[in-house]
Write a protein that binds this ligand. Structure first.
Ligand code: CA
Length: 237
């Protein structure tokens, strides 16, 4: 099972530590940032799968961290759960306005935070939390390295499998060819960006098992590729 990386942004050390302990106990990888500035640096160094973000932080406030993460292309879609001691509705709405996915008011139960995080990840990134992932009529078994579409086996080469796996971890999100190269081939390997097109082509051909299904991969002109969640949902109906 892929282990999600949770960035905990919290200046109160005991709270940060207890969150870290509980997320790690549940199999997540964690990082702790003690202020807003550190959070932005850490998020840029290693992209988190989820951010637990305290509202009141030194240097850069939680709300500003949220805004800046949303402004960056790379972190635009990372789920963010805000922790706030302020129960005032206007503040909470402002947080959601700036792109937080959920919020939890302090004092909170740690189990509730972990449960909420799991729910947000499952909703936003179903591919990350399960070995068996189904999107539309495509089903991927990441343990057994098997893929089915509409119940029929799809035979994929290792690169096409990793490509599909990666796209299914981020349904609907558009990736540039360079981003896919880094994620699927690794940033230390020199491969021409056109290679991505070749493997996307193979993946498409392999997935269109009965020739009639909608194309699950959307080509975004001048931008890249994404798993087309709308066509996938239509296919599942
Ligand atoms: Ca705080």
């Amino acid at each position: 099972m892929a282990s999600a990386y949770v960035l905990i942004v919290e200046d109160e050390d005991p709270i940060a530590k207890i969150l870290e302990y509980n997320f790690e106990k549940e199999g997540y990888r964690t990082g702790i940032a003690h202020d807003g500035e550190e959070a932005l640096v850490m998020a840029a160094e290693q992209q988190p799968d989820l951010v637990i973000l305290d509202w009141t932080l030194p240097k850069v406030t939680g709300i500003e961290v949220c805004r800046r993460l949303r402004a960056r292309q790379a972190s635009r879609n990372i789920p963010i759960i805000m922790l706030t001691a302020r129960a005032e509705e206007a503040d909470l709405l402002r947080g959601l306005d700036q792109g937080a996915d959920d919020y939890i008011t302090k004092p909170f139960s740690v189990a509730a935070v972990v449960a909420r995080a799991r729910a947000v990840l499952r909703r936003i990134r179903p591919g990350l939390t399960e070995d068996l992932v189904t999107i539309g009529d495509i089903r991927i078994d990441r343990n057994a390295h098997r893929v089915k579409r509409g119940g029929k086996d799809v035979h994929l080469g290792p690169t096409e499998f990793r490509l599909l796996d990666y796209l299914m971890q981020h349904p609907g999100r558009v990736f540039s060819r360079e981003q896919l190269l880094d994620a699927v081939w690794g940033s230390d390997v020199y491969v021409e960006v056109r290679t991505v097109d070749v493997h996307i082509g193979r993946l498409r051909r392999a997935l269109n098992v009965d020739e009639t299904g909608p194309d699950p991969i959307r080509t975004v002109r001048a931008a890249g590729y994404s798993l087309d969640t709308e066509s996938m949902e239509a296919a599942a109906e």
